[in-house]
Design a protein around this ligand. Structure first.
Ligand code: SF4
Length: 496
């Protein structure tokens, strides 16, 4: 899903707040991180594999700088830049290699760009831009957006002074929007300007916030809160914001209106619990999902166990509505990140083995274990086994989301339906696979009712219903932009 941050300040450096903001989005991507600071001396960029939150000083063995060192305090040298963009990556197109780390930079034009989402016409656009002479350095679809914007950057004015006219920036984004398909939330530094824009369906989140002398654009409101932004707004679908010297200097609609289709998986799982979507904290929404689930699918049990950390609000809601005690039986190893977004199967399984343990025994109890979603079923199978080993007489599994049955084409790594445990299986069969006593999911109607969307309007529910808000091709392949002569790293290869 990726996390993106852009910062514009009137004085001081934008680099430090951009980095601090990036750390608040670590849950959105843990494969690589990067930050670009744009100042009078040009663009300084640092990108590295691994966690931003663990590599602030660049001293982790996994996190050596891959471009443009030396780095100090985890930031690019030359910290005077008033504009910075940062990115934490979770790959859905292109492999986990340093050259696919963002931000992508066009040095001559002083553009640095960070993107969240997935373009559905990436292969076609890349082929066209390649024919027109653009030399791609990566196999990420995000570089296509940079290529389309490359005409909009800085030019030399009278007496060799650099200047950027916002008119060409807005026109460049409008031109790009006319050809881009799929999901894109983008922050980019163009000279001294911070530019933010979002696809016409608003598939992925993007919000802007303002504090004294500072403007911030980010994937989630938790970043705006952390950076002291009291005034906050959403970047509207199809809108481009232009910011400079810590304030907004332009807001333009550049795309034809399209039906809003915000990713429902952001409500269910992706977004941090203290972030707000449409003014409501997702933690509160997930409590409501849990309450609804308890009404739809009660269980004859003695206590409720939450799957930490993201399943806790739904479990709290379930316990409250069912009138059952909530037990903190499961302990989560905080050093293990989100296993859902770990792209390597073997590493994911290894992390999963040490991710959970049982802190307090549940001897003889009939347990309801509640989680916010179930993707591959491997986490839940492990949890059910742990609870049985610790003495649970029954383990009833309740999932505060409908079954995920179809791939995502818009920036979440639900690519191979063969990996989704619910695809083509009734819940009885999934129940047997995970070893539970019973299994029930939140209904689609219950999810929509909780979100106040009677028929799913305003939402993308593609991975739940198989119906997508835009035209998509049936095949999904992370390596689709890798040239044919390079060995392609397919999903099948990843599974071996
Ligand atoms: S297909 Fe699913 S994960 Fe992808 S954008 Fe739509 S709701 Fe979100």
């Amino acid at each position: 899903m990726c996390g993106i941050v852009g910062v514009s300040v009137i004085e001081g450096t934008a680099g430090q707040p951009a980095f601090d903001g990036l750390v608040t989005l670590q849950h959105r991507g843990q494969e690589s991180w990067g930050i670009a600071v744009v100042g009078p001396g040009g663009v300084r960029v640092r990108r590295a594999l691994g966690f931003a939150s663990r590599s602030a000083c660049g001293d982790s063995p996994h996190d050596g700088p891959v471009h443009d060192g030396p780095a100090r305090d985890g930031l690019p040298a030359g910290r005077a830049g008033r504009v910075a963009v940062a990115h934490t990556r979770y790959s859905t197109t292109g492999a986990t290699v340093p050259e696919n780390s963002q931000p992508f930079v066009h040095e001559a034009r002083r553009i640095a760009l960070a993107h969240n989402g997935d373009l559905t016409n990436a292969a076609e656009l890349r082929a066209r831009l390649g024919r027109e002479g653009y030399g791609f350095r990566s196999t990420s679809d995000s570089e296509i957006i940079l290529a389309l914007l490359a005409d909009t950057g800085e030019t030399s004015g009278p007496a060799g002074r650099h200047f950027v006219d916002t008119g060409p920036i807005v026109a460049g984004v409008a031109r790009a929007t006319r050809v881009l398909r799929g999901a894109y939330s983008v922050v980019c530094a163009v000279g001294d300007h911070l530019v933010a824009f979002r696809d016409p369906h608003g598939l992925r989140p993007l919000v802007a916030g303002f504090a004294e002398g500072r403007a911030v654009v980010a994937s989630e409101t938790c970043t705006l809160d952390a950076l002291g932004c009291t005034e906050q707004r959403e970047v509207e679908p199809g809108e481009v914001l232009v910011l400079r010297d810590g304030r907004q200097i332009g807001a333009h609609r550049v795309a034809q209106p399209a039906p809003r289709s915000f990713c429902v998986f952001e409500h269910l799982y992706l977004t941090r619990q203290d972030s707000r979507i449409d003014g409501t904290r997702t933690g509160a929404t997930r409590v409501a999902f849990g309450e609804r689930l308890a009404l739809e699918s009660p269980a004859d049990a003695d206590l409720v166990v939450a799957v930490p950390a993201s399943g806790v609000p739904a479990a709290r809601g379930y316990a409250r509505a069912a009138g059952l005690p909530l037990a903190g039986a499961l302990v989560r190893d905080e050093q293990v990140g989100r296993t859902f977004i770990e792209p390597d199967l073997r590493r994911r399984e290894r992390k999963l083995r040490r991710k959970f343990s049982v802190g307090s025994p549940v001897d003889g109890a009939r347990v309801v274990v509640v989680d916010d979603s179930m993707v591959r079923g491997s986490t839940m199978r492990r949890i059910v086994a742990l609870l049985r080993e610790s003495g649970a007489s029954e383990v009833h599994v309740r999932i505060a989301a409908p079954p995920l049955i179809a791939p995502c084409h818009y920036g979440v790594d639900l690519v191979d339906t063969g990996e989704l445990v619910a695809t083509g299986r009734e819940s009885e069969e999934v129940c047997r696979i995970i070893g539970a006593t019973s299994l029930a999911y939140l209904s689609v109607a219950g999810m929509r009712h909780t979100l106040g969307s009677a028929a799913g309007e305003g939402l993308c529910e593609g991975c739940i219903t198989g119906h997508y808000p835009t035209r998509v091709s049936s095949a999904r392949d992370k390596s689709r932009l890798v040239p044919a002569r390079t060995p392609r790293r397919t999903t099948a290869a990843r599974l071996r």
